[in-house]
Every structure is written in structure tokens, then in C-alpha cells.
Design a protein around this ligand. Structure first.
Ligand code: NAD
Ligand code: DAU
Length: 350
């Protein structure tokens, strides 16, 4: 079996659902259920014996050690993190706690478990660390996209904490021989995306008749990837990635934020029109994010060349599916937009 951390969050839940749709290999899912973790994402697995959910912290060494000893996973896939840049600006401590100290504690527990495995299991074992393109910092308009050898230059507390975790993973391979793999992916979108992030926030605000907040001039560029393509890339890296290597994952899909917001409004205008106007009229320019990275772009040629992975979705197909998913899952949206979420919206947007 495999152990997944953070499998109740956006990408982790999509990964667990995709994994069990394609294989009968069981998953132990360790998740602290922070505001971003949501068991409703995994509702379809409620009675599925292949999914063992454990509520807990990756920094709880005793818990992690006991899960490893009991279940003897052949791999650990590490998704758990504090993931929202704006929250890291308001409160960086939680990002250091989970992304740096939590990853360190997890690596220590995994190293102890791995060291005691029989030789064949030790050789076959993998620790796959899920990271981000934000560790590379920001690009100018004419710069080449990030490659695996681009120097790290994280600019936010979030990306600095992810960079630190990447360095720890690298060191555990180099020093202890832990069989690690690291992936650095661009912006994901798709089902179960928490509506504090741009795409789900715009869809849900639009339908609620609220302002569609665009930071600064809206010309910041992100490289969007449909989440199931990210999950497929992770499965591919797990099965065939070279030990100690990092793989960049991206959609070759750079778009300015304002173009993303306009696209979402246009799709909603077509499939869920509102009386007397376009959703574009709700667009509102708000204060820019401090330290806002201007452009991310991923050069995904290494994973394509070595592992044969390319994205299956284009932005046009993926974004339509995503909007439709949010229209079809209004109860899910209502559930996540309660209590703590409202406090966040008040703090961030006033
Ligand atoms: P998310 O915020 O939606 O989910 C994070 C999950 O981790 C939640 O379920 C949360 O409860 C859990 N968690 C947080 N702290 C924990 C702890 N201490 N112990 C156990 N569980 C804990 O995040 P996401 O968007 O799904 O991102 C998953 C991973 O992918 C992160 O490592 C992130 O850095 C990385 N990533 C995200 C994107 C993106 O666009 N969302 C892109 C590239 C990489
Ligand atoms: O690049 C990968 C990263 O993508 C991941 O590592 C992060 O976990 C994930 O959150 C995401 O980070 P971003 O900061 O790029 O995503 P976010 O959805 O928060 O913002 C996307 C862009 O939209 C960014 O330029 C900021 C802008 N934005 C965001 C919000 C929430 C707005 O203009 N208005 C908003 O209200």
C-alpha cells in the first residue's frame, strides 16, 4: 500500500480518487483536516476498504512511526502543506510549522522506517515530495520558463517554506540515500479546489453576485494545469522517476490573471447566464498582493522526454469541466464557505 499525506486537500483528494479509480492498491491517508482539508472530498470512498483515513499531523512523529510500522507502505507521497500564498503573508508561522518542521519530522520518521526494511523493500521504497514552481521565484516577460536547474529564489513565506522542504528532501537523499523524488508543479485547477484560490473564488463569487477581485493590474501570469494531469504526472514519477531527481510539471499554458477571469465570466455567461448583463461587470480591481510574483512558467520537457508524460487537458477543456463541476456541486461549495472561510474573506478583502 501507499501512504499519502494531505489527501483530504485539493490535489491530495484528487490524487487518492484517481489512484483508487485505477488501482486496487490501498491508501492510508494522513491528514490533519485544517481549514483546507475536507472529508466531503472523499465522500465516494466512505465505505471503501481500500481507503484508510487517519486524522493527524505529519509532525506527530509517534503517530507517523506507528502508521509506517503497522501498514508497511511501499511509498510515501507527501502532499500535506499550508498552501495559500495570501495566508502566508498574514501568518507565516503555520507555514514554517507544517511545511518545514512537519516535513522534517516526516522525513525523520520515514528514514527510521526505511532503514529497518529488508534490502529488497528498501530498494523498492519511494518518498515522493510534492512541491511547487514558486520555489524558483518570478520571471520577466521574455525569460525562458523554469527548468529543473533554475536557481531557487522564493519570494513569499509560502514559497520559502516549500523551498526549505525541497532542500531537506534533497539532503535526505544525498546524505542518507533515502530514495526520494521531487515534483515542482505549476498552478492547478479543477474539482475540490478551495474557493480562496483564484479560479474557484471567481466562479463562486460570480454566481453569488459578489465582486470578482483582481489584484493589481491583473497582468500577472500563471501556467495552469488541470489537476488530474498533475495526478497522472505524479503516478508516472512514482513508477519510473530516477532517484534523487526533481521533475517540473506544467501545462504549457501561460495566461494573465485578467484573461483567466474574463474566460470564467464568458463561460458562465454561456452556461449560467444572469439576468441583464455579463459577469464581467462584477470584476473589481483591488490592492495588489505584497511581493506578488509577476510570472511563472514551467519548462516540462524533462518529464516528457524521460517519462513520456504530457498533459491530456487543454485549458479550454479543463476550465469548462471545472466551471460545470462547481455548478453541479453547490452543496460542496456551501459546506466549505462556512465559519472560518468567512473570517478569511473578511480579513483578506475587507
Ligand atoms: P490544500 O491546502 O488544498 O491541502 C493541503 C492538505 O494538507 C489539507 O487537506 C490539510 O488538511 C493538510 N494538512 C495541512 N497541514 C497538515 C499537517 N501538519 N499534517 C497533516 N495534514 C496537513 O493544498 P493543495 O493545493 O492540495 O496542495 C497540495 C500540495 O501540492 C502542497 O504541498 C502544495 O504546496 C503543492 N502544490 C500545489 C499547487 C496548487 O496549485 N494548488 C501547485 C503545485 C504544488
Ligand atoms: O504555482 C503553484 C502555486 O499556485 C501553488 O504552489 C500554490 O499552493 C497555489 O495556491 C497557487 O499559488 P498562486 O498564488 O499562484 O494561486 P492563487 O490562486 O492564490 O492566485 C493566482 C493568481 O491570481 C495570483 O497571481 C494572485 C491572483 N489573485 C488571487 C486571488 C485569490 C487575484 O488576482 N485575486 C484573488 O482574489
Amino acid at each position: 500500500m501507499i501512504l499519502v499525506t494531505g489527501g483530504a486537500g485539493f490535489i491530495g483528494a484528487n490524487f487518492v480518487l484517481d489512484w483508487l479509480a485505477q488501482s486496487d492498491e490501498p491508501v492510508i491517508n494522513l491528514d490533519k483536516l485544517t481549514y483546507a482539508g475536507n472529508l466531503n472530498n472523499l465522500a465516494s470512498l466512505r465505505d471503501d476498504p481500500r481507503h484508510i483515513f487517519v486524522k493527524g499531523d505529519i509532525a506527530d512523529s509517534a503517530l507517523v512511526a506507528s502508521l509506517l510500522a503497522t501498514h508497511q507502505p511501499r511509498a510515501v507521497l507527501h502532499f500535506a502543506a499550508e498552501s495559500h500564498v495570501d495566508r502566508s503573508i498574514h501568518g507565516p508561522a503555520a507555514f514554517i510549522e507544517t511545511n518545514v518542521n512537519g516535513t522534517f519530522a516526516l522525513l525523520e520518521a520515514v528514514r527510521a522506517y526505511w532503514s529497518g526494511l529488508p534490502e529488497a523493500d528498501k530498494t523498492a521504497f519511494r518518498f515522493l515530495h510534492v512541491s511547487t514552481d514558486e520555489v524558483y521565484g518570478t520571471l520577466g516577460p521574455d525569460d525562458a520558463p523554469f527548468t529543473e536547474t533554475t536557481a531557487y529564489a522564493p519570494n513569499s513565506p509560502y514559497s520559502a517554506s516549500k523551498a526549505a522542504s525541497d532542500h531537506l528532501v534533497r539532503a535526505y537523499h544525498h546524505t542518507y540515500g533515502l530514495p526520494t523524488l521531487t515534483t515542482n508543479c505549476s498552478n492547478n485547477y479543477g474539482p475540490y479546489h478551495f474557493p480562496e484560490k483564484l479560479i474557484p473564488l471567481i466562479i463562486t463569487n460570480a454566481r453569488a453576485g459578489k465582486a470578482l477581485p483582481v489584484y493589481g493590474d491583473g497582468q500577472q501570469v500563471r501556467d495552469w494545469l488541470y489537476v488530474s494531469d498533475h495526478c497522472a504526472a505524479i503516478r508516472r514519477v512514482l513508477s519510473a522517476g530516477r532517484l534523487g531527481e526533481t521533475y517540473n510539471i506544467g501545462g504549457w499554458n501561460e495566461m494573465a490573471n485578467l484573461d483567466v477571469v474574463n474566460t470564467l465570466c464568458d463561460i458562465l455567461d454561456q452556461i449560467d447566464p444572469k439576468a441583464g448583463g455579463s459577469y464581467r461587470e462584477q470584476i473589481t480591481y483591488v490592492a495588489d498582493r505584497p511581493g506578488h510574483d509577476r510570472r511563472y512558467a514551467i519548462d516540462a520537457r524533462k518529464i516528457e522526454r524521460e517519462l513520456g508524460w504530457t498533459p491530456a487537458e487543454t485549458f479550454e477543456t479543463g476550465i469548462r469541466k471545472t466551471v460545470q463541476w462547481y455548478l453541479d456541486h453547490q452543496e460542496w461549495v456551501r459546506d466549505v464557505q462556512s465559519g472560518d472561510y468567512l473570517k478569511w474573506v473578511e480579513k483578506q478583502y475587507g
